[in-house]
Every structure is written in C-alpha cells, then in structure tokens.
Design a protein around this ligand. Sequence first.
Ligand code: SF4
Length: 61
Amino acid sequence: MTVSVNRELCYGSYECAFRVPSVFTTADGLGAVIPGREDTDDDPGVRETAERCPSQAIGLG
Ligand code: SF4
C-alpha cells in the first residue's frame, strides 16, 4: 500500500502525525509522509487516519 499527502489539500492539522507518527510527520507547516515510508503494510491505523483526515488529503494506493 502506498501513502501520500496532497499538499494542495492539506491544511496542517497534524492529526496524521499525531495518530501514526511512524508513517506521518510534518514539513513546512503541512502533513507529510516520512521519507522512505511511502510503501507501508496494509495498516488499519493508516487507513483510519486517511478516512479521518479533515481535508481528505491522504491518498492510499
Ligand atoms: S490529517 Fe490531513 S489535513 Fe491534517 S496534517 Fe495530515 S494530511 Fe494534512
């Protein structure tokens, strides 16, 4: 499963970095995927975080 953050949509609530700090971080005031963590196992926590992102900025592939 691949994970990405659409920086056009994200507004920097940081909920992703708070919920799953092993995958998400913050960069330049926005949420981001930690470099090297774009490919993750099918993690329910990541899926839930994507569903709960207030701007629907987290993409799963
Ligand atoms: S939860 Fe969504 S809006 Fe908030 S920082 Fe993460 S990607 Fe951005």
